[in-house]
Design a protein around this ligand. Sequence first.
Ligand SMILES: [Zn+2]
Length: 312
Amino acid sequence: MNFIDFAKFYSDESTCKTLFKRYRDKVGVICKKCGHKEHYWISTIEQYQCKKCSFRTTLRSGTVMEASKLPYQYWVYAIFFMTMTKKGMSALEMQRQLGHKRYQPIWEMMHKLRVSMGNRDSQYKLDGMIELDDAFFKTYNEEPQEKNKRGRGSSGQSKVIVMSKIEPKVGRPKKHRKSSKFRYVKMIVIPNSSSNSINSVVSDNIDDTATIKSDGWRGFSKIRNVVDKHISKVVLPHEASKALPWVHTMISNAKRTLLGINHNTKDFYLQNYLNEYCYKVNRRLFGNNLFERLMTAAVEDAWYGKLVYDNG
Ligand SMILES: [Zn+2]
């Protein structure tokens, strides 16, 4: 669906609310009190009522929209813009397009959607052949300074583990072409470079039957403890992109995409931006279905309680 058709169809708040409810009905509502899954819909008050314990759930409760006062139309349009634009959109641009007065709620809405994207991808583990490397992303952090002084942002770097599932190409490799096909990518911010943090990212995101290819950096030396096979090769820095071609392509594309959305990323939010990047790359063949996928992820009951997000 292009934007003209989309805007024609979802032209008002009530159509968008109906759309939201349709997705919620499809995904199903889980009673927060007793865990029961069957509900009546009470249209006069626009709430679900549990068939077992009569506990009531609002349309927004338990979804990405819980606690949000923004109209349904904003959410539906934000999901459209975030999934249907190739390079994504900055919060400032989104604010302009939606015509909202304040920046903060729009910025929050987009981050919540990025959390939804991350939750979705965290349900899958990579298997088969994996390229793995670490990368540094430019970020800043705000440490509170002395009392009565405003916090000053100090620039720095955040360390990220990048994992790409690849598949060997059939037939003879062509010159200047990669010898493998890219399938999926995951990017996870790590708090430090210890092999413990790296192994915990690996076991959360990679199936233990996988084969991991990496360079010979010492942080990777214990990966063998969490997967079946680890191929580690010492490579010179200028040859790194040859040895692990797909992770390096992904790292430079992600950096470029992030710069397009946001010139200065606070370290705390880096994971959310990476979620968006990976979510879209992993679903690059979905076309228009990407909108539906994110709508579904956004109304999932599993959403609440998983917030990687604060108001900073
Ligand atoms: Zn109940």
